[in-house]
Write a protein that binds this ligand. Structure first.
Ligand SMILES: [Mg+2]
Length: 331
């Protein structure tokens, strides 16, 4: 017999997490537990404010509709659901059906700031390629360029990932690039969406020879994975994209074109985050995923992330409330 339980969770997050226009004080979402033949699968449904187009209310309605069909053994399509619902439900089904591997990829690219010697020591403990990242576009483009160049200069086998979140004009992006020594440019693995539009980012890449990656562009409705000059990667945030199946299709398309696919977080709790790390291990084992966002939270939810010491929210906690326990109508 099938059963489903729907929970609503609230987790405090560190203030200072700025999502474009506002600070996020707490992360809210749903946890869905599906049970069948003694097996259980969990999924997290957590639309990200200002990034997801759907609201929590819409998600709850779709979750109830989907679950009712599933309990009744009817075909319940995920393609018609909003991305966060499609992703979370597909995770619960994948766990239930044993389709999601247990091993997780917890590797993270350390953030570059401060002293290169400290970063060097951190990188020295990492096996394999040394990849670090810098968020750019928050301060002067000039300064961003000087810092990136300093790290590339100081650590000769360092590769950098940068993320500008579409914040620069072409002029500012070019100013950034002018501070990177020509011999270091190839070690910028990519810069995510340097300019305000994809077209300007393409122009930036063409004029500077610095590689770019698509992130925001991946989520546009008409997006197709294509090979383009100077494009090295696509960033996939499943909560904003959709079901595991849809994400795997994007990954396979990217790989077939020689592009890197980076599985990345939308600030999920440790429940969704560990599942993303397992997906990363399963489908992009040679790529460092973008999942080091747990430290923004004050607690973990149901699942342990690597060796995190954050307290755990379990079923029964007031931060994780059961709102529905559904059984088949015929039962
Ligand atoms: Mg990005």
């Amino acid at each position: 017999m099938r059963q489903a339980k729907l929970y609503r969770y609230t987790i405090p997050v560190e203030t200072g997490v700025i999502l474009r226009n506002r600070r996020l004080k707490q992360r809210e979402g749903f946890a869905l537990q599906l049970t069948e033949n003694g097996k259980t699968g969990w999924g997290e449904i957590a639309p990200l404010p200002e990034f997801s187009l759907e609201t929590l209310e819409q998600c709850e309605q779709q979750l109830r509709n989907w679950t009712t069909l599933w309990l009744d053994n009817q075909i319940a399509e995920l393609d018609n659901c909003v991305p966060s619902v499609a992703f979370g439900v597909s995770c619960a089904l994948a766990e239930l059906n044993g389709e999601l591997g247990e091993i997780a990829n917890y590797r993270a690219a350390p953030l570059c700031y401060g002293d290169p010697d400290e970063l060097y020591q951190e990188l020295a403990q990492i096996e394999g390629e040394k990849v670090a990242k810098i968020k750019v576009g928050l301060y002067e483009a000039n300064r961003d360029g000087l810092i990136a160049n300093m790290f590339l200069e100081a650590i000769s086998d360092l590769k950098l990932r940068l993320d500008a979140n579409r914040s620069w004009t072409l002029e500012k992006a070019l100013l950034f690039a002018s501070k990177i020594a020509p011999e270091h440019k190839a070690r910028i693995q990519f810069i995510e969406e340097p300019c305000k539009t994809p077209e300007l980012s393409r122009q930036f890449a063409e004029q500077t020879g610095i590689a770019i990656a698509w992130d925001e562009t991946v989520r546009e409705p008409d997006f197709l994975v294509k090979k383009e000059p100077n494009l090295t990667a696509i960033v996939i945030k499943p909560t904003l994209v959709g079901s595991i199946q849809k994400c795997v299709k994007l990954i396979e398309q990217a790989h077939s074109l020689g592009l890197i696919a980076v599985i990345s977080s939308s600030i999920e709790s440790s429940l969704g985050l560990t599942q993303l790390a397992r997906l990363a291990q399963q489908y992009t084992p040679n790529t460092i995923p973008g999942l080091d966002t747990l430290n923004l939270m004050k607690a973990q939810l149901l699942r342990q992330w690597d060796n995190s010491a954050l307290p755990m929210i379990e079923v029964g906690s007031e931060s994780l409330v059961e709102i529905e326990h559904l059984c088949p109508l015929s039962a």
